[in-house]
Ligand binder design. Structure first.
Ligand code: MG
Length: 158
């Protein structure tokens, strides 16, 4: 089975930028109720989508103060537990990050390794693509960051 995830966060001065559990050196960061890890949020939605479990907002409502500044790694761990409890395991995860700056090419492999570790997958089952929005729209003005994610899952066979 396959699932798709999408997330957008606003980018503002002085906030931290966390992608795939990694702190990224950047003058701008995500504005968020949680830690704003837009990559993990999109991956979580893709996994939830693959197993018919709704979306991240249903599982972690931003109206619940318990979710304020919540570590997205905790949300991902919950999602991985849910996946397993339904009898599935992850096959692979392909992700596209759209942002104008900072340039991610020097650290794409680091992000891949971090995500692979969090997902319990070898690095070659996780792909991280980064692209700009050619200076168009809010992404192009560095006012937002978007991530698209596709995750495949399969039934656990023993
Ligand atoms: Mg989000």
């Amino acid at each position: 089975m396959i699932g798709f995830g999408y997330d957008l966060h606003r980018l503002v001065d002085g906030e931290s930028l966390i992608l795939g559990g990694l702190n990224i050196e950047s003058s701008i960061g995500t504005l968020a109720h949680s830690d704003g890890d837009v990559l993990l949020h999109a991956i979580i939605d893709a996994i939830l989508g693959a197993i018919g479990e709704g979306d991240i907002g249903e599982h972690f409502p931003d109206t619940d103060s318990a979710n304020k500044n919540l570590d997205s790694k905790v949300m991902l761990a919950y999602t991985m537990d849910l996946l397993k409890s339904k009898g599935y395991e992850l096959v692979n995860s392909d992700n596209t990050i759209v942002l104008e700056k900072p340039k991610l090419s020097p650290i794409k492999e680091d992000i891949r390794s971090s995500v692979a570790k969090l997902l319990g997958l070898p690095n070659n089952r996780v792909n991280i693509k980064a692209t700009t929005n050619e200076k168009q729209d809010s992404i192009g003005k560095s006012e937002s960051i978007v991530v698209y994610s596709i995750c495949q899952v399969k039934e656990i066979t023993n």
